[in-house]
Design a protein around this ligand. Structure first.
Ligand SMILES: [Zn+2]
Length: 391
């Protein structure tokens, strides 16, 4: 019979091992379960699609990959995005969006801003720095710092794009090194300001160049499309919009209430983005704002980026995603449609970023022209950045 002391040592070692195991294995498990790929029919790839896809400059406006505990330099068999898979998919430009608060029981109809927050739990489980536990701005900055670390350590593979000059240099470098990825940083919802306008400058100084105003709940700037009030921009929201545009931060109205979108369109000195969405006329879902508003966004010079998950396109398969894009081209013109996957945004999608050639093929199969495919797959994003990034 082992002594009490030995028994105590065995039991406490076991408990410590279980706790360590939890923090080592659970984050990847959670990532796997949350960011899924589902089976669906994929088209056969033609020679035409292969040649066209190789020559495309591809860009995507929305991926939440920095939220997860995943080394983006490694190739994974789960989740949707990492650097090797972006290279395989021939992606040149990727906007990485940072998520800072997500209500428990999240849905597309109505969410309370007081609901318990899942990102706090994620911060604890993924052992984020303690200053992220209570500050949403620190959560955005922490996720952004992961991108900055990659661009520091692996300059041959990733480059942070924060200005028109950086973009031109990136394009020159990429001619010699086609594997190079241009990374951009954005926030999902301006509750990331922690209610303090000076955090706009802080985020800007850390490389952030796109900010959305709301996420799933109403915040200090105004109403969410999935919130309770349906309200427009508040006075604080107006000041925030002005300051973002003064600095050269691109505005994203995804998840904003229709009234917020209308208010922004009236006051904005710049075109706006919808970084991940579907079109209501193609998919009448509470996730999508009206076609009429989409036309106003386009008429104002904006870009509308189509996502790949069910609430955006109704049926999440490559043919239906291509149909949503084709619908958008007819509604607002091919120069206003782009890609906004919402990869790694707790979505289930039919192909990951390494398999984007299936989308090129599906668009060709629908009769979308090569010129229109070039615009939608990334040409429009490049042009938008060339016009709207700061000098
Ligand atoms: Zn989103």
């Amino acid at each position: 019979m082992p002594s009490k002391k030995v028994m105590f040592t065995i039991i406490s070692s076991f408990i410590i091992l279980v706790i360590i195991g939890f923090f080592v294995f659970f984050p990847a498990q959670l990532d796997k379960q949350t960011n899924r790929l589902h089976d669906s029919t994929l088209p056969a790839i033609s020679e035409q699609a292969r040649t066209l896809h190789r020559d495309l400059l591809i860009g995507d406006w929305h991926s939440d990959s920095l939220l997860w505990k995943r080394d983006l330099m490694d190739n994974h068999d789960y989740g949707h995005v990492d650097i090797p898979r972006l290279q395989q998919g021939n992606v040149a430009l990727q906007m990485f969006t940072t998520v800072t608060k997500s209500p428990d029981g999240i849905n597309y109809e109505t969410n309370s801003s007081d609901a318990s927050d899942n990102i706090t739990k994620l911060a604890l489980v993924n052992l984020w720095p303690t200053n992220t536990w209570s500050s949403l701005a620190e959560r955005a900055l922490f996720q952004g710092s992961k991108a900055l670390e990659l661009t520091d350590k692996f300059p041959q593979q990733v480059s942070l794009i924060t200005s028109k000059t950086a973009l031109s240099e990136f394009l020159l470098q990429r001619k010699a090194n086609p594997q190079l990825l241009g990374m951009l940083l954005g926030t999902e919802g301006s509750h990331a300001l922690d209610g303090d306008l000076s955090n706009i400058q802080r985020l800007y100084d850390s490389g952030f160049r796109m900010m959305s105003l709301q996420h799933f709940f109403d915040n200090k700037l105004g109403g969410s499309l999935h919130g309770e009030s349906g309200e427009g921009l508040t006075e604080f929201g107006r000041e925030a919009v002005q300051q973002m545009q003064f600095l050269g931060i691109m505005l994203d109205v995804s998840h904003s209430s229709e009234q917020v979108v209308k208010d922004v369109l009236i006051m904005s000195s710049q075109p706006v983005l919808v970084s991940h969405t579907g079109f209501y006329g193609h998919c009448p879902s509470p996730r999508n704002i009206s076609d009429d508003l989409m036309q106003q966004i386009a008429a104002n010079g904006g870009l509308i980026a189509v996502g790949y998950w069910d609430a955006a396109v109704c049926e999440s398969n490559v043919n239906e995603i291509a149909k949503a894009i084709q619908y958008g081209i007819t509604l607002v013109g091919s120069e206003h449609v782009a890609l906004g996957s919402d990869y790694d945004g707790a979505t289930s999608v039919p192909f990951d970023t390494s398999e984007l050639i299936y989308l090129t093929q599906a668009l060709l199969d629908l009769g979308v022209t090569e010129q229109q495919i070039k615009q939608v797959m990334g040409g429009n994003m490049l042009q938008y950045l060339q016009l709207h990034l700061p000098d």
